[in-house]
Design a protein around this ligand. Structure first.
Ligand SMILES: [Zn+2]
Length: 81
């Protein structure tokens, strides 16, 4: 049984492209509020939230969004006195 090079390359690409812990930015944005709440409350992170943490380590754009969210949540609102 032989595997031709073409198949092998495709397989390698497929594996590299489907790492289960690798999220896209828009996936992170979808759940970043829940992630923020989990971090703030000191709750144990779900595997998905751990994947977000890893994404934030590698993605400055999402970190910026996350920090913006933190500031928005920490700043006392007008009704909050
Ligand atoms: Zn990102």
């Amino acid at each position: 049984m032989t595997i031709d090079h073409d198949k092998l390359t495709r397989l390698a690409r497929m594996v590299a492209g489907t790492r289960p812990d690798e999220l896209m930015c828009d996936q992170v944005m979808d759940v970043i509020c829940a992630y923020f709440e989990a971090v703030e409350s000191g709750a144990q992170l779900t595997p998905e939230q751990q994947a977000i943490a890893r994404h934030l380590e590698a993605c400055p754009e999402c970190v910026e969004t996350f920090h913006g969210l933190c500031d928005a949540c920490r700043e006392p609102g007008p009704d909050d006195s």
